[in-house]
Design a protein around this ligand. Sequence first.
Ligand SMILES: *[C@@H]1O[C@H](CO)[C@@H](O)[C@H](O)[C@H]1NC(C)=O
Ligand SMILES: *[C@@H]1O[C@H](CO)[C@@H](O)[C@H](O)[C@H]1NC(C)=O
Ligand SMILES: *[C@@H]1O[C@H](CO)[C@@H](O)[C@H](O)[C@H]1NC(C)=O
Ligand SMILES: *[C@@H]1O[C@H](CO)[C@@H](O)[C@H](O)[C@H]1NC(C)=O
Ligand SMILES: *[C@@H]1O[C@H](CO)[C@@H](O)[C@H](O)[C@H]1NC(C)=O
Ligand SMILES: *[C@@H]1O[C@H](CO)[C@@H](O)[C@H](O)[C@H]1NC(C)=O
Length: 354
Amino acid sequence: MVNVFITCLAACLLHMLHSAPNSISWCYHKASCSDIVWHIIAEKDRNGTQQSPIDIVTTDVHTNTTLTPFTFTGYNEDATLTEITNTGTTIQVTLDHKKMHVEGGGLPGLFASTQFHFHWGNGSATPGSGHSVNGKRYSMELHIVSKAEHNGSLPNDSILAAFGFFIEASNDTGKPESWKLLMSYLTEIASAGDKTRVSDKLTMDDLLSGVDRTKYYRYLGSLTTPNCDEGVIWTIFKDPIKVSQDLIDLFTTTVYINKNSNSPLMTNTFRGVQPINGRIVRSPIVGTKITGLLMPTSPTTTTAILKLTSTTKTTAILKPTSTTKTTAILKPTSTTKTTAILKPTSTTFSSVSL
Ligand SMILES: *[C@@H]1O[C@H](CO)[C@@H](O)[C@H](O)[C@H]1NC(C)=O
Ligand SMILES: *[C@@H]1O[C@H](CO)[C@@H](O)[C@H](O)[C@H]1NC(C)=O
Ligand SMILES: *[C@@H]1O[C@H](CO)[C@@H](O)[C@H](O)[C@H]1NC(C)=O
Ligand SMILES: *[C@@H]1O[C@H](CO)[C@@H](O)[C@H](O)[C@H]1NC(C)=O
Ligand SMILES: *[C@@H]1O[C@H](CO)[C@@H](O)[C@H](O)[C@H]1NC(C)=O
Ligand SMILES: *[C@@H]1O[C@H](CO)[C@@H](O)[C@H](O)[C@H]1NC(C)=O
């Protein structure tokens, strides 16, 4: 009896070890399988130093002119969104990767878009984006996953490019029309494993409306779900897609994480922000960084507006010329500067906002 138990224990342990990388059961909703323990179940994540998502601190972002505009091919064609699936951890839409490509934007070659999926919180009022900007999180985040096409020196499929779009709740109802259409499929895929064809005329461009795709952040990171593999080229677009709160709320009221009748609803489907570990976030957006000698323009008022007087210095020391000021509002007037280190030298200078 005891022997049988021990044999089983050993066999089971062995089985667990061997099957761990392929049969990971991770989750969002329980401490025993949520991102708290992903570093144990996801081997690649264990020692990772380039993990995603991250908080983008805009004052640390480097302007980089190699980040040209993108070319999106097939994003304006309908019948490219083929199937919508409840995976048990997200809602995922399969794309026709033969028609949908992305290049430019400093990417190493041509990338075929294979799917997009969502991350969300618990309703439109609860932030559910993984990435954040200066600590600000959005209601949801949409990720388009693209794989490198075989191209000379590039190995097949080994390079992934992920495109992240923030989703901000608007006070409208049923808007935009494209999202209303896509969300209408959710009732058909309420349980984990359910899938259905997307038959309506709907393009990727329709879903990404309102986003200026020349404004983005670029950094190297990982998948945001196990195995959290690194080597993912991340692009996070600055502008959010505005979607009405009723449509966002459908995510947390319509789809379930398994097939049981008592299945929990799918909520809080995002990973927390990961350490930046010295990585540099780049952007083609000019003016994300600031440089110059800062001089208060008025020595007498209690609020001073500081104007950059030089565009050539890389470090600025902030010296208030009056001891009566209590607040400084820093306003860069040039878009060509790259860095500002603010060092108030007076203790009466109680607040500096950038
Ligand atoms: C991961 O890091 C731990 C220590 O933090 C080390 O013992 C282990 O060998 C590392 N594993 C790999 C695969 O590098
Ligand atoms: C721009 O980014 C590339 C890497 O993508 C880097 O090699 C280059 O040094 C950057 N240029 C500047 C001015 O930071
Ligand atoms: C292959 O990569 C090169 C260099 O990155 C790029 O210029 C070219 O357009 C790519 N070709 C295809 C078919 O993606
Ligand atoms: C989500 O929100 C609903 C309604 O506000 C609440 O009943 C539920 O407990 C919340 N779920 C989680 C996981 O926070
Ligand atoms: C790329 O894929 C093709 C076709 O599947 C295969 O023949 C080739 O060996 C692959 N190349 C690499 C570098 O993996
Ligand atoms: C949306 O409505 C709420 C109250 O219903 C209001 O507080 C908020 O300012 C509105 N937001 C916008 C963007 O109009």
